[in-house]
Write a protein that binds this ligand. Sequence first.
Ligand code: ADP
Ligand code: MG
Length: 266
Amino acid sequence: MVEQVRAATRMADSEIPLVVRDLHKSFKDVSVLNGLSLEAHEGDVITLIGASGSGKSTFLRCMNLLEVPDAGDIIVHGEPVAFKQHNKTREPASWKQVERIRSRLAMVFQGFNLWAHMSLIGNVIEAPIHVLGVPRRQARERGMALLERVGLADRADYFPAQLSGGQQQRGAIARALAVDPEVLLFDEPTSALDPELVGDVLAVMRELADEGRTMVVVTHEMDFARDVSSQVIYLHEGRIEEAGAPADVLKKPNSPRLQQFLAPRF
Ligand code: ADP
Ligand code: MG
């Protein structure tokens, strides 16, 4: 009976921005992801926490195909990523699809990763023009509005080297938004910043969460995780050790390992 009710209320994959099922990944003989799954529903903010080396970055990088998972499914609003075997290695079946998936799941990295040889606005309009085929004028208009949003309209023509880390990271967020992604992936977006610059970046991320953006965020910012997440996932050695609402996972952790992980952070 319970199962029937669940089945009746279960959403179709096509209604869910991002479904990841049973992802596995090894580097050489070392198994790094051991069956990871998540569902990011519309407006969800899922935070991934865990010790260094637990697989957080690899998990995100698999989602937008910077790494190819050895097994498992990635489904974006019902579109499954297709893989093929090539000389014993698994690779994406279509690079066209990889490009599309990367714009549907836009990623913001720890190290900002703006293109150094392009102005800030150049960075923001690059993918809309060259991947999505948006006319330059329209891309520029939209790009300027996004820079305005992240407080950088007056820096549009600066090059990355002329910007602070916080400004570069807010620029990287504008660039990610420019492709109109269904899900934003963040990999420790504030870890490389001087402490006084962290707040501005987190403020932009909180705004995005407030406006209902679907996000998957790797972070060590526990206040952010507590205030903003719909779900917190704690990874240990490429497995989900504990997951749930922040009030449970962060305040009443069951796993002794997670208790130990959180102790110095609260
Ligand atoms: P986290 O982001 O949680 O710190 P990572 O996903 O970066 O963890 O790394 C998980 C494990 O995978 C680590 O042991 C790391 O050394 C290993 N790893 C990550 N990327 C590679 C790679 N390209 N080649 C070999 N090992 C890797
Ligand atoms: Mg990492």
